[in-house]
Write a protein that binds this ligand. Sequence first.
Ligand SMILES: Nc1nc2c(ncn2[C@@H]2O[C@H](COP(=O)(O)OP(=O)(O)OP(=O)(O)O)[C@@H](O)[C@H]2O)c(=O)[nH]1
Ligand SMILES: [Mg+2]
Length: 325
Amino acid sequence: MGLFSYLKDKFSKKKGEESYVKGLARSRAAFSDRLALLAKRHAKLGPDYFEELETILIESDVGVSLSLRLIDELLEKSRQNPEMTPTEANEELIDMMFVSYVEKGGSIVNELAFEPGKTTVLLMEGVNGVGKTTSIAKLAYRYKKQGKKILLAAGDTFRAGAVEQLGIWAKRLDIEIVTGKANADPSSVAFDGAKKAREGGYDLLIVDTAGRQQTKANLMAELGKMRRVIEKELPSSPIESFLVIDATTGQNGVSQAKAFSEASPVTGIVITKMDGTSKGGIILSIRDEIGAPVRFIGLGEKMEDLVEFDLDEYLHALLVGDEHE
Ligand SMILES: Nc1nc2c(ncn2[C@@H]2O[C@H](COP(=O)(O)OP(=O)(O)OP(=O)(O)O)[C@@H](O)[C@H]2O)c(=O)[nH]1
Ligand SMILES: [Mg+2]
């Protein structure tokens, strides 16, 4: 049984996570509906079919290189099986998308790991405006609900208002926060946060970082320094760094993310604003270009609007939606 039928079957029995289906509604309309229409309009697989399919993939932000690889592979499969219909080809395509994600390897555990007696540190990185601070609030909310003792560090001292914005979230979530003065050295804030986390026995320290700096080199140097300060203060703590990417920025966001991941180690990706894009293929493209696993996705502005990434749920929501409800 192909993945498409498997997903349909699986989710018709167990209703898929609603937020996924809702959050990806625009992407589904742009991708799945177009695929279905394509299969309807073509009785046979031919050059027209493949050309249109390529356009759909690229327009859905699957990325040029992955799109071309998928098309090549599908062409090869259709040569081996000349009887293949467009509907079957579409189903093959979904299988191949699944494989392309999985074959990048790595852990599929998205949740942060906690070790007794240690503070897990999470650095949130990404260019300005992508949703770092909001995602920090969402993750803090998530782990607070799980009973974790959480500390925030307002390491974005570059942008006026950033400290205050995180402070508002901290208050709303009733979580402690460490702040520095405006234009303070972000590393000093990271240091204060790490020290307080160690002394206070916190389970999780989440550090906000600036998205903007005078130059990219400055930004990267700053992130490196923050990390070293934390490592020194919390030597045996697991440190994660999540790169936050705005789904609505498309391939531009992908190349920004690539530059970031080349300059500092990234252990996971958070893709925000999935609710605001019709180009849901960006998840596959990011995974293909950056390699790091997508750990969480943002589906709205509220603190509850963050879900753990799940490849099955994602593909289901993108392709099948709620037709079984
Ligand atoms: N629709 C939607 N909006 C989001 C999501 N995540 C963040 N936003 C919005 O995006 C805007 C920017 O979010 P911030 O969290 O301030 O982004 P940032 O990366 O911290 O920005 P800087 O601190 O300026 O670098 C805000 O208006 C958020 O409400 C999401 O998943 N969906
Ligand atoms: Mg911010």
